[in-house]
Design a protein around this ligand. Structure first.
Ligand SMILES: NC(=O)c1ccc[n+]([C@@H]2O[C@H](COP(=O)([O-])OP(=O)(O)OC[C@H]3O[C@@H](n4cnc5c(N)ncnc54)[C@H](OP(=O)(O)O)[C@@H]3O)[C@@H](O)[C@H]2O)c1
Length: 350
């Protein structure tokens, strides 16, 4: 575990943060505040961190675009790597510890803290020590997506060695962890992405590849189902993919699980289809006879320790798409908004 000096650093009175001030796309929603106070009073259960790097997650810009203004008055983003400057009585941490973690959205809404800052306090239970072999840029990209993939496969999917999993979105940041965790477990992995990512995914160990730009994925799977049905489907792109679920009796085992990372349907039609087909439609009226689960991960700190161990053991590798300077946050958002990054988009805050 990495650790540096143990003396209390003198903190500057002010810092630079990227603050959400109104709803809209990031260019409209965000302002750079160079005169934000460095937190002095840290609530119990939180640790003050000098942030070295932050990474973007789609939920960051989705909330900016969708949430009403009153939910938004806070520093942007959640995932970070940094150095503890005030452990605030938390016994697991001391000054100088190198850490990574996340400020969960409910905490961020309550406290106003966020990762696009030079100093932020985060819940001690959502932070772990950063192993020396994982540099801050890589570590900042781990928390939300790796914890989500891990929780989906183990806690919800109960995936076991030798089973079959289909990962819709093998190159999403969640998907990249899911592919690697499933392969490390000894599973047969089927995954989708656009054709340019086929070789990359096969090199990661993906056994069967589906190009979603050629044909809707549910059609490809109905026409050419796996020899034994999948034990788990992880929908890792994020708009629930209702047809992939409603056709799943053809390719998902009866006791298998369809796990979705998030319900962000495009427009009213998809929203109504999701509500009817997934939550309301009775089985006798054609409802799909398969388990559907949304994933909301918990126990972040514990899972971060486990994931860090998988990385240091060489079982899983973090992927970075691109790195931006702190002044250039809006370009980082331009990249994530396009939706075709392969790995995390990182912002160096130090
Ligand atoms: N429930 C939770 O707690 C939780 C946690 C984390 C993330 N999420 C959600 O999970 C989703 C993914 O997040 P992320 O950060 O992993 O995304 P990301 O890294 O930004 O995803 C980018 C990737 O998506 C792929 N992609 C785009 N459209 C696709 C499609 N139709 N089929 C297959 N692949 C497609 C792109 O591959 P190509 O270039 O080949 O198109 C690209 O590599 C988001 O909706 C996010 O909000 C939920």
């Amino acid at each position: 575990m990495a650790s540096t000096s143990a003396s209390t650093p003198s903190l500057p009175p002010v810092q630079t943060v990227w603050r959400i001030v109104r709803s809209g796309d990031p260019a409209k929603a965000l302002v750079k505040d160079e005169n934000a106070p460095v937190p002095k009073k840290i609530p119990k259960g939180y640790v003050l961190v000098k942030i070295q790097a932050a990474s973007l997650n789609p939920v960051g810009f989705k909330l900016m675009q969708l949430a009403p203004n009153s939910f938004l008055q806070r520093v942007a983003e959640n995932d970070f790597a940094g150095e503890v400057v005030d452990p605030n009585g938390e016994p697991r941490f001391k000054i100088g510890d190198q850490v990574f973690g996340t400020i969960p959205i409910p905490d961020s809404i309550k406290t106003g803290q966020g990762a696009l800052a030079q100093y932020s306090y985060a819940p001690a239970k959502s932070i772990a020590h950063r192993p020396e072999g994982i540099p801050p840029n890589e570590a900042s990209g781990i928390p939300i997506v790796a914890v989500t993939a891990h929780a989906a496969l183990y806690q919800i999917g109960k995936l076991e060695a030798g089973q079959r999993i289909f990962i819709n979105g093998g190159t999403t940041s969640v998907g990249l962890y899911a592919v690697q965790i499933a392969k490390a477990l000894g599973c047969k992995v089927y995954a989708s992405a656009s054709g340019k990512n086929e070789e990359f995914l096969r090199n990661l160990g993906v056994d069967e590849f589906y190009d979603y730009t050629k044909q809707p994925i549910h059609e490809a799977l109905v026409q050419n189902p796996p020899s034994s049905k999948f034990d788990v489907i992880l929908e890792a792109v994020g708009n629930a993919f209702v047809p992939l679920y409603t056709h799943s009796e053809a390719y998902l085992a009866p006791n298998g699980a369809y796990i979705s990372v998030g319900p962000t349907p495009h427009g009213l039609g998809e929203t109504l289809s999701l509500l009817w087909n997934v939550f309301l439609r009775p089985k006798w009226a054609g409802g799909t006879r398969r388990r559907f689960k949304f994933i909301i991960p918990s126990k972040t700190g514990e899972l971060l320790d486990e994931i860090a161990k998988m990385i240091t053991d060489g079982k899983v590798k973090p992927f970075i798409d691109s790195v931006y300077k702190f002044d250039d946050v809006l370009s980082a958002y331009d990249k994530i908004l396009i939706g075709h990054a392969r790995g995390k988009i990182v912002v160096e805050t130090a």
